[in-house]
Design a protein around this ligand. Structure first.
Ligand SMILES: Cc1ncc(C[n+]2csc(CCOP(=O)(O)OP(=O)(O)O)c2C)c(N)n1
Length: 886
């Protein structure tokens, strides 16, 4: 009987110790007869019964501080350990040299050594034994600060040249290597950006889920696995943790996380006063993951075998991470005294070991055999995702320059002694001169290292990371076939949201593109009038529908199905966006283009999950983001946290995003058709943001021959004559205020107007920026005109407005010579009617009239008294505060 059990018996006075003993013996018997799996089944059944009997007991949410896989279960290592160790040593060296050389050459470019040093073995076990390449390549998310190791490997593989390595973090003139994993900057190499912590873990979960979605919808069957190597510090990000239970609900056994638990983050320990590994185990277990801890290397095994009383486990449990870090930074003698020596019984276990032997007791995350066993168990585990918690040392091998040092993360160089120490520790075949000169080390092509490394990759299907795919073009039907309604005009008022959801519904019926559409909502389908899709295409659920829905008798009843097409992500914008990214990158990840259509409350898009959209842009996604209930005054009653006045501004900062704010149905349809065609048929790397509102109004019949202008960003909608003229520019629903203002100006002041429907101030400004730059840099005699200059080819003042802040129309102001007045909805939103809100933010027809009169006064075209009289007539209180400061 173990000491621990004896102790339990002593503290349980209620029970007869013999009875407890009998139970334990029978468990031992079951393990002997039926193995651990059999014993587990019995315990699970007993646990279930205990719950039914309401027997409360609280097992510890984590297991002892030891390897989950025992030595007996570990199995035989299938690789050549000696060669793999050599390769890893070379990679470590080249990764370190890359950072040091870059900083010597370019001084300020930065880089990291310690992170890769801590996870080199993790990567190598993956690269040599698990990460599949080729057409059926696995999806691997690499820890960003370890990118150097991945480059170092590609160098040995002959995929990157020394020159490229020399140009690490030196990209502006092309050909350099990016700091972190950025597909946009290295489109043949990286697939997933992970530099912004937390985005990798969340995205990887949704990529794994999307693979299941493709399979369950019978679109694409693969045996791809998703791997993510993440930092233990990174696991603090809400995004890292936010989708853990989702991964279990969706039964993602095609997903493995490996958390590099070097116990440190940037400033210091992740949990100085606790144990991050135990905490992560509880977190993942609570979510339902299969957890495998890899804590101790093989050198420890003989100690564990001797330690019949589990004294080491007790010592481990008593040691907090802050202390583990200090122990990691010190030598064997220190460890003897301050870890083993704190318990004389434990000291006895290591009494025959030298300081050096103590020093070489490795952590499990640096042991190929332990890691292999864990990876192997992970891919064979069915029904749930697996996390491997691998205990490592930050800056492993950096010695005094960084190993487990508080400042390890930022360390960018090692002094000569440390470099020599590094060489000696990893037995690198390099002389002192090579070391001093920071020479990259590349064995001969015929060397066993290179041959081994290549043959392993060959076996696994090819090199990774590699972003390669076949372009597949998907035809988009003509608008005639599904969108006539949008061009005809009608007496029935409709909103732009209604238009876009009708377009989606229509396109879903098309045999070619229909199945490739991925409608995504975050619990707002009903809000946007999309409940019809529940029946039309079904809601994706890997379990199908295990219940009769409450509304079964209605035609729009809630229908979940295994091959459902709609992704209903619940109140989870970050998840929905990650889902969108997975679908939007299906063309590049699987050579199987899909067209996602994520419709959301526009306020909960760029503002809420802007960084995810930025990371999406890095991946060159193809798909639609639809910001619905958009606009600060168009969504009238919802108030400050719902009314969006900024998303178009943020959208304008994303280079490969085309964003639009249309007013009329035909504009929406034209943009939708153009976007779908560009992305799916012409395979262009761009994505689309369209804001749509819920204000219903009557649509006029579509203006003729303006399709191209709608795409460029605007067209002349109407014009009225007058001796004096004004240009009124409006986007989205606020165009209608311009139309109304033009009527007043004509009828009451005989002022003529050109009313422009601006579908995108952003697109106009981008094109103007290009032309301006080209004029500047070519120094041409006669400057070319931008589209906006051609469109507004007169010198009348411009009054430009939208339902967004002034910054939106101001995007074009510097490209026009005209007097330019921008109006907008700067300030906090609030609840009221549209009419009152537009008056409050001073963007309604009356304020447009006032702005016009003011501009014309400035130009000396009308008398000030006209403006003053009109202010009075409209009862405008000139002493009131600005809405943006209220
Ligand atoms: C969202 C975000 N916040 C902050 C950073 C800056 N940062 C880069 S690495 C790092 C520490 C990483 O620690 P950990 O995840 O434990 O990885 P390690 O390098 O220790 O393996 C921080 C704070 C970032 N890249 N992304």
């Amino acid at each position: 009987m173990s000491e621990n059990i004896k102790k339990i018996l002593e503290t349980k006075p209620k029970m007869d110790p013999d009875e407890i003993h009998d139970w334990i013996q029978s468990l031992d018997g079951v393990v002997q007869r039926s193995g651990k799996e059999g014993a587990k089944e019995i315990l699970e059944a007993i646990e279930q019964r205990a719950k039914e009997l309401r027997v409360l007991y609280e097992p510890l949410p984590y297991s002892p501080y030891r390897n989950t896989i025992s030595l007996e279960e570990q199995g035989i290592y299938p690789g050549n350990l000696a060669i793999e160790e050599k390769i890893t040593a070379i990679l470590r060296w080249n990764a370190l040299v890359m950072v040091m050389r870059a900083n010597e050459k370019y001084n300020e470019v930065g880089g990291h050594i310690a992170s890769y040093a801590s996870c080199a073995e993790i990567f190598e076990v993956g690269f040599n034994h698990f990460f599949k390449g080729g057409d059926n390549a696995d999806l691997v998310f690499y820890q960003p600060h370890s990118s150097t190791g991945v480059y170092a490997r590609a160098f040995l593989e002959g995929r990157l040249s020394q020159e490229q390595l020399e140009n690490y973090r030196h990209e502006a003139n092309g050909g350099g290597l990016s700091s972190y994993c950025h597909p946009y900057l290295m489109p043949d190499f990286w697939s997933f950006p992970t530099g912004s912590m937390g985005i990798g873990p969340m995205s990887s979960i949704y990529q794994a889920r999307f693979l299941k979605y493709l399979e369950n919808r019978n679109l694409l069957k693969t045996n791809k696995h998703v791997w993510g190597v993440f930092g233990d510090g990174e696991m603090d990000e809400p995004e890292s943790q936010g989708a853990l239970s989702f991964a279990v609900r969706e039964k993602l056994d095609n997903l493995t996380f490996i958390v590099n638990c070097n116990l440190q983050r940037l400033d210091g320990p992740v949990r100085g006063n606790g144990q991050i590994i135990q905490e992560l185990e509880s977190l993942f277990k609570a979510a339902g993951w299969n957890v495998i801890k890899v804590l101790w290397g093989s050198e420890w095994d003989k100690l564990f075998a001797m330690d019949k009383k589990h004294l080491l486990l007790k010592r481990f449990a008593q040691t907090v991470d802050g202390k583990y870090q200090t122990l990691g930074a010190r030598d064997g003698a220190y460890n003897l005294k301050n870890f083993f020596g704190e318990d004389p019984e434990v000291m006895k276990l290591v009494s025959t070991m030298s300081d050096q032997e103590i020093d070489s007791l490795k952590r499990g995350g640096h042991d190929f055999k332990k890691l292999y066993a864990a990876f192997n168990q992970a891919i064979n585990n069915k029904g749930k995702p697996t996390v491997i918690l691998a205990k490592t040392k930050k800056g492993y091998g950096m010695g005094q320059a960084g190993e487990s040092k508080m400042t390890a993360h930022q360390a960018k160089k090692l002094d000569l002694d440390a470099l020599k120490g590094f060489r000696n520790k990893f037995s690198l075949p390099m002389n002192d001169e090579d070391i001093e000169n920071l020479k990259f080390y590349k064995p001969d092509e015929a060397s066993e290292e290179i041959q081994y490394l290549k043959s392993r990759r060959n076996k696994l299907g090819g090199f990774i990371p590699k972003r390669s795919f076949k372009e597949v073009s998907i035809d988009i039907p003509s608008l005639e076939k599904y969108a006539k309604f949008a061009f005809e005009g009608s007496d029935r008022p409709i909103s732009t949201t209604m238009t876009i959801t009708r377009l989606l519904s229509g396109l879903l019926r098309d045999k070619t593109i229909g199945p490739r559409l991925v409608p995504i909502v975050a619990d707002e389908a009903r809000t946007f009038g999309m409940a019809n899709l529940f029946q039309q295409v079904g809601i994706y659920s890997p379990q199908g529908q295990l219940y009769e829905p409450e509304d079964a008798s209605t035609i729009l009843s809630y229908k979940e199905a295994k091959d459902g097409q709609l992704l209903e992500e619940g109140i989870n914008e970050a998840g929905a966006l990650s889902s969108w990214v997975a679908a939007a990158t299906s063309y590049s990840n699987h050579s199987f283009p899909m067209l996602p259509f994520y419709i959301f409350y526009s306020m909960f898009g760029f503002q809420r999950v802007g960084d995810l959209i930025w990371a999406a842009a890095d991946q060159m996604p193809r798909g639609f983001l639809i910001g619905a209930t958009a606009g600060r005054t168009t969504l009238s009653g919802e108030g400050l946290q719902h009314q969006d006045g900024s998303s178009q501004i943020i959208a304008s900062t994303i280079p490969n995003l085309k964003s639009y704010d249309p007013c009329f149905a035909h504009e929406v349809a034209t943009i939708f058709d153009y976007g779908a065609r560009r992305m799916m048929q012409e395979c262009k790397n761009e994505f689309y943001y369209i804001t749509v509102g819920n204000e219903k109004y009557i649509n006029p019949e579509a203006s003729k021959n303006v399709e191209q202008q709608i795409i460029k960003g605007g067209y002349l909608f109407s014009t009225t004559d007058g001796e004096i003229k004004i240009n009124l520019l409006g986007s989205g629903p606020i165009l209608r205020e311009c139309i109304e203002a033009a009527k007043i100006l004509k009828e009451e002041f005989n002022i003529g107007s050109n009313v422009y429907s601006i579908t995108s101030f952003t697109e106009l400004s981008k094109q103007a920026r290009e032309v301006e730059r080209s004029n500047r840099l070519t120094g041409r005699e006669k400057k070319e005109k931008s589209y906006i200059q051609e469109l507004i080819n007169n010198d009348a003042p411009v009054v430009a407005t939208s339902d967004y802040t002034r910054a939106y129309p101001q995007l074009i102001s510097s490209y026009l010579p005209n007097l330019f007045i921008a109006l907008g909805t700067d300030g906090f939103g609030r609840s009221d009617t549209r009419e009152n809100l537009r008056n409050f933010f001073e963007i309604d027809k009356y304020h447009l009239v006032i702005a016009t009169l003011d501009a014309l006064c400035d130009q000396g075209l009308i008398a000030k008294s006209v403006l003053q009289a009109t202010l009075k007539k409209y009862n405008i209180n000139s002493n009131s505060e600005h809405p943006w400061s209220k």
